[in-house]
Design a protein around this ligand. Structure first.
Ligand SMILES: Cc1cc2nc3c(=O)[nH]c(=O)nc-3n(C[C@H](O)[C@H](O)[C@H](O)COP(=O)(O)OP(=O)(O)OC[C@H]3O[C@@H](n4cnc5c(N)ncnc54)[C@H](O)[C@@H]3O)c2cc1C
Length: 232
């Protein structure tokens, strides 16, 4: 029986596993990959590699420690965790039943997708889900944020501090009331389009425009150096 099973090999799971190893616990990391979402980063035609600190570089030390300690990792999805009287059983995709005294679930979060043509094609190539991370790369650029809640509005406010223009495409009829509403309405480089749906993302090597539809069905196109889906 393990002392601890950690499910998920992103920054949270890797850190937990390494610290458990350092405390000499009998620990196993069960994961689909090492690095999790830090394996992805937004590619932009005007940004060179040396200009950004990659998440993966930051956690590489932890990652390499685990790559070396083969006995402490199991590269397979965990499908089910069953609570027992004393501890847990973690069932893996390959049919393994692994017993442990404790479990840390570090499987991360999943972004909410737009589910429109072009989205999958341009993910991380001009289109992404974290304006708060990438806003500083959009100095004097045209940007589009999609969403109507708190996250979309905070993302718009963040981008507005550096971008030439931010268009907030709000699928709902009215923007949700938040404490940045007024700031956005006053900002000279922000346009808010309420009641508009995104129908397509277009581009070449990178996303370049967002096609939207208003309530009357009128289609228009917004040029965008960066498109941010912020619908959480
Ligand atoms: C493009 C991009 C840029 C980002 N930029 C920043 C940034 O600049 N600053 C910042 O703070 N954050 C940033 N983030 C967010 C940051 O990467 C995440 O917050 C971080 O990766 C979350 O770590 P985590 O360990 O909680 O989850 P994740 O990184 O999502 O890792 C989850 C892990 O669980 C595994 N897993 C999931 N389900 C199972 C299962 N059933 N069985 C086994 N394994 C499973 C996955 O394979 C993965 O290894 C960015 C994210 C993305 C995508």
């Amino acid at each position: 029986m393990y002392d601890l099973i950690v499910v998920g090999g992103g920054p949270a799971g890797l850190t937990s596993t390494i610290y458990a190893l350092r405390k000499r616990l009998n620990v196993l990391l069960i994961t689909k990959d090492l690095g999790g979402k830090t394996n992805f980063r937004l590619a932009l035609p005007w940004v060179e590699d040396y200009q950004v600190i990659k998440g993966l570089e930051i956690i590489n030390k932890f990652k390499s420690e685990l790559e070396y300690l083969e006995f402490a990792r199991h590269m397979e999805p965990a499908d089910k965790i069953i609570r027992k009287e004393k501890g847990f059983i973690v069932k893996t995709r390959g049919g393994g039943d692994l017993e442990t005294k404790a479990v840390i679930i570090a499987t991360g979060t999943r972004q909410q997708l737009l589910n429109v043509p072009g989205e999958k094609e341009f993910i991380m190539r001009g289109l992404c889900y974290s304006a708060l991370s990438y806003a500083p790369l959009f100095i004097d650029k045209l940007t589009v944020v999609i969403g109507d809640g708190d996250l979309a509005q905070r993302s718009t406010a963040e981008l507005a501090t550096v971008a030439k223009h931010v268009t907030l495409v709000c699928p709902a009829d009215k923007l949700k009331v938040t404490n940045v509403n007024e700031k956005l309405k006053d900002a000279k480089n922000v346009t808010i389009l309420e009641g508009h749906q995104v129908v397509e993302v277009k581009g070449d090597d990178y996303a370049k425009s967002v096609t939207i539809k208003d309530k009357q069905g009128k289609i228009s196109e917004l040029q965008a150096d960066g498109t941010f889906v912020e619908m959480a």
